[in-house]
Design a binder for this molecule. Structure first.
Ligand code: USQ
Length: 389
């Protein structure tokens, strides 16, 4: 397949590009490197320096003989997107190119607007470029389980059949997102569903849970092929943060009671799920929604697992319930369906003490790089936080 990965410099985008290239697909990547700029502005860094995308693409070629085509540009510039789609003629477009952090989006007006303008405009440009230059291409868009929030009923895969005043219809599942970032994904989902309906676009929205992990088969080939692993309060996801805290002898920062339940998945399973979606495309006009996670965990249970694993390795890991900087339910019903990717053949890498232990080993190697000042949550959902304009 000709695969175009948008956001190819990111935590998931780069491993995805190598994964398809390694399978023999023709891979193009595009990025504007905005994430690197936001890291500079926030004063945070990945745990290990991440070589530039140009360097990684060169290294990949040296090691495997395979070419990844690289284009630099911004999806909010529609001319860039049109030219890119015309040149690449992708059969599948994997779209990760968005501001990915809920806390970042909640700092204030500036970052909320940047997140929604960038994410929503970029996706609209992708849809228009797709219609113009490759109308048969399959759009695989990274959405989020946080679009649904934590409703008091079962979460279905994208759609809900409702009977109202004696009549029945199937509608997009109602959304109660956690942040302005998650809202941007809801807006994207609606825009994509609309273009499937009116233009016959074929699309899969992957509502992904919280990803953890550092390594994939391809990143392990060479240090220079590493992906960006964050543990800071802006871009670090919860399990990645807990593992770094455990290794560094810091208390695990459970926000509030820790009863928040989330779908989680290993970074290796992100690659598997995206590949399954790409190789089994949606039909023309179909807006397909997959809930992309492999298991559910409460935040406290994640902390317990990290604590137990740490103790078997002689680490004295303490759990601390810190005041929750977010507005979210800390104890709630949660039952999210996630059978569609399993039906396509997903073989999950489940979370075990061994997996946590191997993450600890990797983090240990970089312990001298860890900046503890960037760990404490400083962005609050209501008032009192860092106000970026
Ligand atoms: N949390 C803690 N302690 C921490 C960090 C987080 O208790 O030190 C809690 C949060 O309060 C939240 C949960 O852990 O309840 C998840 O937080 P997170 O920062 O790991 O993930 P989130 O903000 O939800 O966003 C991440 C990714 C985002 C993706 C989303 C999937 O950054 O790109 O869309 O996970 S999901 O959460 O399913 O919507």
């Amino acid at each position: 397949m000709r695969v175009l990965v948008l956001g190819g410099d990111g935590y998931l985008g780069w491993p995805t590009a190598m994964h398809f290239s390694s399978a023999g697909d023709e891979v193009w990547v595009a990025d504007n490197f905005a994430k690197r700029q936001w890291e500079l502005e926030e004063g945070v860094e990945p745990i290990a320096p991440v070589p530039t995308l140009h360097r990684r693409v060169r290294r990949w070629k040296e090691l495997t003989g395979k070419t990844i085509e690289l284009r630099v540009g911004d999806l909010t510039n529609h001319r860039f997107v049109y030219n890119l789609f015309q040149a690449a003629q992708p059969e599948v477009i994997i779209h990760y190119a968005e501001q990915p952090s809920a806390p970042y989006s909640m700092q204030g007006r500036t970052t909320a607007v940047l997140t929604q303008m960038g994410n929503v405009t970029g996706t609209l440009n992708v849809l228009f470029a797709l219609r113009r230059h490759c109308p048969d291409a399959h759009l695989v868009k990274l959405g989020s389980m946080g679009e649904y929030g934590t409703p008091n009923i079962d979460i279905e895969e994208g759609y809900l059949t409702v009977t109202h005043n004696g009549r029945t219809d199937t509608v997009l599942y109602p959304k109660k997102p956690h942040s302005f970032y998650h809202l941007s994904k809801v807006h994207d989902s609606n825009n994509i569903a609309f273009t499937c309906r009116i233009w016959g676009v074929r699309a899969t929205d992957l509502n992904q849970g919280v990803v953890y992990g550092i390594d994939t088969t391809e990143t392990l080939l060479d240090d220079e092929l590493a992906t960006s692993f964050h543990y800071d309060h802006v871009f670090g996801t919860v399990l990645n943060r807990f593992v770094v805290q455990a290794v560094m002898g810091q208390p695990l920062s459970v926000y509030g009671k820790g009863g928040q339940t989330r779908g989680i998945l290993n970074i290796r399973d992100t690659l598997q799920c995206v590949e399954l979606a790409a190789r089994n495309p949606a039909k023309p006009g179909e807006f397909r929604v997959f809930n992309q996670f492999t298991e559910e965990y409460s935040i406290l249970n994640l902390a317990n697992l990290v604590q137990e694993t740490g103790r078997t390795r002689g680490l004295d890991v303490v759990i601390e319930n810190v005041a929750n900087p977010r507005v979210e339910q800390e104890s709630h019903y949660y039952n999210a369906k996630h059978s569609k990717l399993t039906d396509l053949g997903l073989q999950p890498h489940l979370l075990t003490s061994e997996v946590v232990g191997s993450m600890m080993d990797r983090v240990e190697r970089y312990r001298d790089n860890v900046n503890l000042d960037t760990m404490e949550p400083r962005i609050k959902w209501v008032g009192g936080g860092v106000e970026a304009g």
